[in-house]
Design a protein around this ligand. Structure first.
Ligand SMILES: Nc1ncnc2c1ncn2[C@@H]1O[C@H](COP(=O)(O)OP(=O)(O)O)[C@@H](O)[C@H]1O
Ligand SMILES: [Mg+2]
Length: 339
């Protein structure tokens, strides 16, 4: 991962991306200086509380934010071309090239299957349409749809593909949505909180399914979650976002076992651990600041347990000066004092 090491196998690379929304004549920056890349077959998790900019970041990859109110102020998003070159900046592309990226390079799955599945068409119709949009049209679409449904664990796929979405359970709708995403054979699957609306057993099954797909097809996955348990189970690397900034990034095992940023530590403290004595879950007091009044210095300052333990002069630095994302050996953190 990380835009800092050039990896020839990277599928997408985002550099210094900043995104604003203009709301009632006021321009608010909601994502600032975001950089990451995802290698072929890598699972990158994006974590952070609600409102930190995760969905906006995901949607920006395919220019899916409405422009206006959204605008891309700086940076680049590149999908590696088949000849190995870094690819054109999506922010400079014509509408027809953008549509091609959406069709061929990435697919989205969302929390609510109803965002992707159209209630008035059968599962077959919807998946066959995605197959039809692919460049080569080899084979029989009915067989291919049935095989995709089988691949995502839908029993009796030949009869299930004739169903309308409402005739399937929530978990089965989620699987059908994943089958539809896979039908386009994307390089990158973007899963924005794919399991938040599902019960725990189905959640685990869907996450297993995503891991299986990655293993079998070397598809890359960008998964948004605020569940750090999911991160340690399946992600290779992690980006922690807070108030539009990346505050920490690194390989998943190291980041989980030895978090650097006080915000990552606080998120981890809020996770229930299996096999441990039940304990009071700590939640992080306070709220994420809104983009209309981001603090001048560190955006986590007002809630930061580390800052509370610091002296006057150090706290003044937290309050007045914005920390940079710094690090080495693949570990990065945005804090003046935590190492
Ligand atoms: N269409 C929009 N217009 C104005 N502000 C928006 C719009 N969409 C998202 N935002 C703002 O962008 C910020 C990031 O939102 P989002 O990416 O949805 O957060 P997350 O997915 O991390 O919960 C929030 O402050 C949100 O209010
Ligand atoms: Mg979101």
């Amino acid at each position: 991962m990380t835009g800092d090491t050039k990896n020839s196998a990277e599928v997408v690379s985002v550099e210094n991306l900043s995104i604003s929304f203009t709301v009632e004549g006021r321009k608010l920056q909601v994502v600032e200086d975001l950089s990451f890349s995802i290698a072929k077959g890598e699972i990158l998790a994006l974590v952070g509380e609600s409102g930190c900019g995760k969905t906006v970041s995901c949607l920006s990859l395919a220019r899916l934010l409405p422009e206006p109110p959204a605008s891309y102020d700086s940076g680049s998003i590149r999908f590696r071309a088949s000849d190995g070159s870094p690819g054109e900046n999506v922010l400079d592309m014509s509408p027809s090239r953008i549509r091609e990226i959406r069709r061929r390079r990435l697919a989205y799955i969302f929390q609510e299957p109803s965002v992707s599945l159209n209630p008035v068409f059968t599962i077959y119709d919807q998946i066959a349409e995605v197959i039809g949009l692919r460049d080569t049209n080899d084979g029989n679409p009915e067989e291919e749809v049935a095989s995709l449904l089988a691949q995502v664990g839908i029993p009796d796929p030949v009869s299930k593909m004739k169903c309308y979405p409402h005739e399937l359970s929530g978990g089965m709708q989620q699987r059908a949505m994943i089958a539809m995403a896979l039908a386009g054979k994307p390089d990158l699957l973007v899963a924005d909180e794919p399991t938040t609306a599902l019960d725990v057993t189905i959640q685990a099954q869907i996450l297993d399914l995503i891991s299986k797909i990655r293993r079998e097809s070397s598809m890359s996955v960008l998964i948004v979650t605020h569940n750090l348990g999911i991160v340690s189970d399946m992600a290779d690397s992690v980006i922690v976002m807070y108030a539009g900034h990346v505050v920490e990034k690194g390989p998943a095992p190291e980041l989980i076992s030895s978090p650097i940023h006080p915000y990552t530590r606080a998120l981890l403290d809020a996770v229930p651990r299996f096999g441990c004595e039940p304990r009071k879950l700590s939640t992080i007091p306070g709220n994420v600041p809104s983009p209309s009044n981001y603090p001048r210095g560190c955006r986590f300052f007002g809630r930061c347990p580390l800052a509370e333990s610091l002296g006057e002069a150090e706290r003044a630095k937290c309050a007045s000066s914005k920390p940079q994302l710094l690090g080495e050996n693949g570990r990065f953190s945005r804090c003046h004092f935590s190492r």
